[in-house]
Ligand binder design. Structure first.
Ligand SMILES: Cc1ncc(COP(=O)(O)O)c(C=O)c1O
Length: 404
């Protein structure tokens, strides 16, 4: 077997199917503006929603973390990898998102991988049992992969149509008389390709009606949704009412890395015993812990940051529509600009970079065929000038490509 050739051929196939992911190296820190090819360009492709990736308080928090607790732990949590610092961050997260307790993971991908298998693969005193997971068709890859780790012998998986509460209701109704141990409803809080917020107010009613555990991945809601950025639950006035919330420290909250699960004390303690990515993988390092604590404290103290994000988002959404572009309406800083064909999205992204605007295109199979788009992501780090420059570039390129 010549494995080099196999990879070479496969890479060609990926390129030919327009799905090769090219990386553009940034020559500066992540911010509202970044340096690419020695030029300053407006960054519209980052999850740095609150502009905390290069914030001086957050960086100071990270540096102080290193000074006090060192660089690395060289251990998993239960051996000798738990510092008081980790416990402080877990407490802060739980308090912020409105859950009793929280557990850190090295990423939200790891957290989502951990959750489903940890609770469905354990007998917990049951000799014979079955669990069932109801999962949104467009849930994040980490939820899908997490559910793949659940044993088929004991777990049923039912996929409901995207954000379709009636379909979910019907599936739950069909199973009403089955003797399941756990019924779990799993959904993203915000679907990041669309900037679409889940119908949490309706889904929570179903979870109560059918006695199901409601799991919400709030990676794109945390720091963004709700008056004070506490997430999708705050947006719906449901703070403290969601059974399980997973989230990331790799987007709004500093943007480095790290993830967590929040929930009832017993569940979190159980995960510390059974979650494999927690038990068999290193603790997150003090720099990240310190930066995340600083980011959360800053968000709690300075209410203007979320307001700036929301103001910037409203401004961009209004102006881009006035230019004649079609967007998916909403309130989230993810603003999908719908272009139809992949070639147009690709061309537009390239032309915009020439005009000093950094935004990436998405097309099939990442989004449905014929729905290629540019996914703009607004940040509190954007000045009005950044946004106006970006809008000017959109106008210029849009006219050049005869899109507006
Ligand atoms: C909805 C959702 N869940 C989970 C993740 C994974 O988060 P992390 O980068 O912390 O692994 C992401 C990141 O892309 C996401 O968008």
């Amino acid at each position: 077997m010549n494995y080099k050739n196999i990879f070479e051929e496969e890479l060609k196939r990926i390129e030919n199917s327009n799905t090769f992911k090219y990386e553009t190296p940034l020559e500066s820190a992540q911010s509202g503006e970044v340096k690419v090819n020695k030029k300053n360009v407006v960054m519209l492709a980052s999850n740095n929603y609150l502009g905390m990736s290069n914030n001086k308080f957050v960086k100071k928090g990270a540096i102080n973390g290193i000074k006090k607790y060192g660089y690395g732990l060289a251990s998993v949590r239960f051996l000798c990898g738990t510092q008081t610092f980790h416990l402080e961050l877990e407490k802060l997260i739980a308090n912020f998102i409105g859950t009793e307790d929280a557990i850190l993971f090295s990423s939200c991908f790891a957290a989502n991988n951990a959750f489903f298998a940890s609770i469905t693969n354990e007998k917990m005193g049951y000799e014979n049992y079955r669990d069932v997971i109801y999962t949104d068709q467009l849930n994040h890859a980490s939820i899908i992969d997490g559910q793949r780790l659940c044993k088929q012998e004991t777990t049923d998986k039912k996929i409901y149509r995207h954000n379709d509460v009636d379909h979910l209701n019907q599936l739950l109704e069909d199973d009403k008389n089955k003797d399941y141990r756990f019924r779990i409803i799993a959904t993203d809080g915000v679907f990041s390709m669309e900037g679409e917020i889940v119908h949490l107010d309706k889904i929570i009613n179903l979870s109560k009606k059918f006695n199901a555990i409601l799991f919400v991945d709030d990676c794109h809601g945390l720091g963004v949704c709700g008056k004070t950025g506490r997430g999708t639950s705050e947006h719906f006035n449901l703070l403290g009412k969601i059974d399980v919330i997973s989230g990331t420290l790799g987007k709004a909250i500093g943007g480095a890395l790290g993830g967590f699960i929040g929930g009832k004390k017993e569940l979190i303690t159980f995960l510390r015993q059974k979650a494999r990515p927690y038990i068999f993988s290193n603790s997150i390092p003090p720099a990240v812990v310190g930066g995340s604590i600083a980011a959360l404290n800053l968000l709690k103290k300075d209410k203007s940051i979320v307001k700036t994000l929301q103001k910037n988002t409203n401004y961009f959404r209004k102006k881009i529509k006035e230019l004649g572009f079609t967007i998916i309406d909403g309130i989230h800083p993810v603003v999908p600009i719908m272009l139809g064909e992949a070639e147009i999205a690709q061309k537009m992204s390239q032309e915009l970079l020439k005009q000093k605007v950094y935004v990436k295109g998405l097309w099939f199979p990442v989004v449905p065929k014929g729905e290629a788009r540019l996914r703009v992501q607004i940040s509190a780090a954007h000045s009005k000038k950044n946004l106006d420059n970006a809008l000017k570039a959109f106008k210029l390129v849009g006219k050049k490509l005869k899109l507006i």
